[in-house]
Design a protein around this ligand. Structure first.
Ligand code: 15L
Length: 265
């Protein structure tokens, strides 16, 4: 890969992944809606919107691979989810194909399957159970990825990202925490392994309390180097309540699942 595009480079994960990817490829093109500061060595900057045709064309021009983190990363009104995460992602894939992009890593989310009960082991082959409109847009992105692999021959890795923040603070986060180092290593595999059609994997570190069997990722060469287990004593001893209602406490998606809940998980 000579030139890699990182969309959403100004976001919570994007800012840290931009640093992790420093020097990994001859050119890292970073894009987002907002100011991304000065370009570091080996970087190109495109400030723009995936929903704008001209901006999209500038983002994907001359790019070999894309890590697509861009879009809305939490629940939002349907009109915004539809415009940004659904139509914007479709349009970005379309532009990528036209520009000759060969690989895409799609930032999916655990909220594509957030209504599965905790303790129910998932391996990426299960039927989706989105827990909110945001999760539903990630199911769309996974379907879009399958379609673009089957129909247009782009190799795509959909990564259902867990909890990617500094350190876990709740029981749920002990299960689904992923370090930025592990997540970046997994995304790089999606761009660099020689053969890839479309796979769905979990973006999760080596946590003993996980609900995800990540053997597909391991088969692709992913060996997580970090674990949430070092925080088990601290989190087990903490009396900070986990957010959300009793629905949230029972399902993998946690508080995302509780907002408009009206049935049994
Ligand atoms: C996500 O998909 C969100 O982008 C992130 O902000 C977290 O809230 C995470 O899921 C989570 O599952 O908690």
């Amino acid at each position: 890969m000579k030139r890699v595009l990182l969309t959403g480079a100004g976001g919570g994960i994007g800012k840290r992944m931009r640093r992790e990817l420093s020097g990994a490829y001859p050119i890292l093109r970073v894009s987002d809606l907002t100011d991304l500061g000065p370009a570091a060595d080996g970087e190109e900057i495109v400030v723009g919107d995936i929903c704008d045709p001209g901006d999209r064309a500038r983002m994907v021009d001359g790019v070999d691979g894309i890590i697509h983190l861009g879009g809305l990363s939490v629940e939002n009104p349907w009109e915004d989810i539809l415009r940004v995460n659904i139509d914007g992602t479709y349009r970005l894939y379309e532009a990528a194909f036209e520009a000759g992009v060969k690989r895409i890593v799609f930032a999916s989310s655990n909220h594509a399957v957030g209504f599965y009960p905790r303790g129910h082991m998932l391996d990426g082959t299960e039927r989706p159970r989105p827990d909110c409109r945001y999760g539903l847009s990630k199911v769309f992105g996974e379907g879009l990825s399958q379609y673009f692999a089957d129909n247009y021959g782009i190799g795509i890795l959909s990564v259902r990202i867990g909890w990617c923040f500094a350190k876990p603070e709740t029981q749920r986060q002990l299960g689904c925490w992923v370090s930025i180092g592990d997540l970046t290593r997994l995304c790089r595999l999606g761009l660099e392994i020689p053969e890839l059609h479309h796979e769905i994997v979990y973006g999760v570190s080596d946590n003993s309390r996980t609900w995800w069997d990540n053997s597909t990722a391991r088969r692709l060469g992913f060996t997580p180097q970090d674990t949430a287990d070092v925080w088990i004593p601290e989190v087990d001893a903490s009396d900070v309540p986990e957010p959300g209602n009793e629905v949230a406490l029972g399902v993998q998606g946690g508080p995302f699942a509780s907002t408009e809940y009206q049935g049994d998980p």
